[in-house]
Design a protein around this ligand. Structure first.
Ligand code: ATP
Length: 202
């Protein structure tokens, strides 16, 4: 059986004044992409941390079954300026024990899924903002985690076109991981397989 994350009546508040959400009961499954949406300050980043296990909810409980490894794709791309896009995705495969030839082949497959074949040889510092964001997603998938949490992957304009959104969501859902994407972007919301709207849980 694949990994499963269950949220049971989860709520969170910071003290008396900042109540973010309550009553979230959901089962998160692999091969789906959950768009986590809500206005700024509604608690998207907080809920991602709770799903990851970084933070304990003030109400309810989170049960993770079969989740050995959790990865997080941060909003701002971070990389080594002089290393290539291919290097960045090869490294997590080397960490899993693959030899260099296999690691590079797997990394090239991942780059291709995110539309980065042509950019494989570019250094990180030469990538456009959108390319760097896609590279972070490809690297996130290459970590072979069971649960992938993604914070605002479409901050760069060229990630918001319909083609780019379809492509990155398709690549994430084929990863076999449980994927949760916190986003303000309506295209991601419309194209994701499931939507978690925090406005429903005020
Ligand atoms: N440790 C903390 N103590 C007190 N308040 C906090 C803490 N962390 C976050 N908050 C508050 O909780 C609210 C929700 O923050 P969070 O970052 O989860 O929202 P968000 O929906 O991700 O926002 P955005 O879309 O702007 O990134 C904010 O008002 C924030 O100031």
């Amino acid at each position: 059986m694949g990994p499963v994350v269950e949220l049971k009546d989860v709520g969170h508040a910071f003290g008396e004044r900042t109540r973010l959400f309550r009553g979230i009961t959901l089962t998160l499954l692999p091969e789906r992409v959950y768009a986590l949406v809500g206005p700024s300050g509604s608690g998207k980043s907080t809920l991602l941390s709770i799903i990851a296990g970084w933070q304990t909810p003030s109400e309810g409980e989170v049960v993770r079954r079969g989740v050995r490894k959790v990865s997080w794709v941060f909003q701002n791309p971070v990389g080594v300026a002089r290393r290539t896009a291919l290097d960045h995705v090869t490294l997590p495969y080397l960490g899993q024990g693959y030899d260099i030839a296999t690691a590079e082949r797997l990394a090239l497959e991942q780059l291709d899924r995110f539309g980065l074949s042509e950019s494989a040889g570019k250094r990180f510092g030469e990538l456009s903002g959108g390319e760097a964001q896609r590279l972070m997603l490809a690297r996130g998938v290459a970590t072979n985690a069971d649960l992938l949490l993604v914070d605002e992957p479409t901050a760069q304009l060229d990630m918001r076109t319909a083609d780019a959104v379809d492509r990155y969501l398709g690549a994430l859902s084929r990863s076999g991981m449980i994927v949760v994407v916190a986003t303000h972007d309506h295209r991601t919301r419309d194209a994701a397989s499931d939507v978690i709207d925090l406005e429903r849980y005020q």
